[in-house]
Design a protein around this ligand. Structure first.
Ligand code: FAD
Length: 286
């Protein structure tokens, strides 16, 4: 199923993101958690893509195809291009096709320290245009409520986002954010720029302090004072921090749904407990 068909039905889309295990762990090590996460019946699950290079796609492909084939939830495979040649992308697309994958989140990817980037694709929009010519995939793209860290301004960022949509991204998934007001301002910019595809809000529940500090340093999301206070108060009590993180995410989602967002994309961090708590809290509101 092409995930584009999930939007515009009057019901907000509710999707999850999972990641493959690290290279030194067997792929089967995540199957139990995936099965529990799939049992929550999200509209689709997207599977992240490793740092890139030859063979990087295989775990993403295997997990995305397992989610669809064995756990009966539609999947989206992430695909980055910054470390791939055209031939490597061709090989990946063939593999995706062979494994029944119909949906791709097309990304540039981050530059890896010490790795010279490839030059066939400079931006996600170039990857979108290339894939669109080569196969019957439904394409999604990433977007950034606080603008991408490489962008010189919010205007430049949204104009580049428009290029990605024009190149074939039919649906956007946002970077995580903790302040809904920033997301609403971003939606206004996309409207002004003429971006008219559905945009899902990316929500990451905090489950531990280290994880959030790492994510925030990578993506530059700002932390509202009430969020920082929560982390400070519960940082030495892991269960309390986890529960406060779940409550914070639920509050964000309720507000987003009340404001009519197209969808919620939950960064599950492969944690079935957290995914279940949040799903149960919001499933009647979608
Ligand atoms: P782009 O859309 O190419 O944008 C990158 C920068 O280039 C932006 O500053 C943009 O404004 C600028 N730009 C774009 N087009 C042009 C143009 N034509 N001319 C000039 N400038 C331009 N990373 C992974 O490695 N694996 C994953 O699985 C993964 N999943 C992600 C999922 C989501 C929902 C999100 C939000 C991010 C994900 N990332 C992932 C991280 C992502 O790869 C990085 O944020 C990366 O730095 C940018 O990727 P992009 O596809 O948004 O790039």
């Amino acid at each position: 199923m092409k995930i584009n068909s999930l939007f515009g039905t009057g019901k907000a889309v509710f999707s999850f993101e999972v990641f493959p295990p690290k290279k030194d762990s067997p792929i089967e090590s995540v199957y139990g958690k995936l099965e529990e996460i799939c049992a929550l019946r999200p509209d689709f699950i997207s599977v992240t893509y490793g740092a890139g290079g030859s063979g990087a796609h295989s775990r993403t492909c295997e997990i995305a195809s397992k989610i669809k084939r064995d756990f009966h939830v539609e999947s989206v495979a992430h695909l980055t291009c910054v470390n791939s040649t055209r031939e490597m992308i061709d090989e990946t697309l063939e593999d995706f096709k062979r494994n029944g994958i119909e949906n791709i989140l097309a990304l540039r990817g981050d530059y890896v320290e010490g790795v010279e980037p490839q030059t066939d694709f400079r931006y996600a929009s170039e990857l979108c245009a290339y894939i669109r010519e080569r196969g019957d995939f439904d394409l999604s793209g990433a977007c950034y409520p606080e603008s991408h860290v490489d962008s010189a301004s919010d205007v430049e960022d949204v104009l580049n986002l428009k290029k990605k949509v024009d190149a074939g991204a039919r649906h956007l998934i946002s970077q995580l954010f903790f302040d809904n007001a920033l997301f609403y301002r971003f939606l206004e910019r996309t409207e002004i720029a003429g971006i008219d595809v559905p945009i899902e809000a990316g929500i990451m529940p905090v489950t531990n302090k280290r994880q959030i500090e790492r994510m925030v340093s990578l993506c530059g999301a700002s932390l509202p004072p009430k969020f920082t206070k929560m982390m400070q108060k519960y940082e030495s009590k892991p269960e309390a921090l986890r529960d406060a993180g779940i409550a914070y995410a639920v509050e964000q989602i309720v507000d987003l749904l009340s404001n009519g967002v197209d969808g919620i994309h939950l960064y599950t961090m492969n944690n079935p407990y957290v995914a279940e708590k949040i799903t149960r809290a919001v499933e009647t509101l979608l």
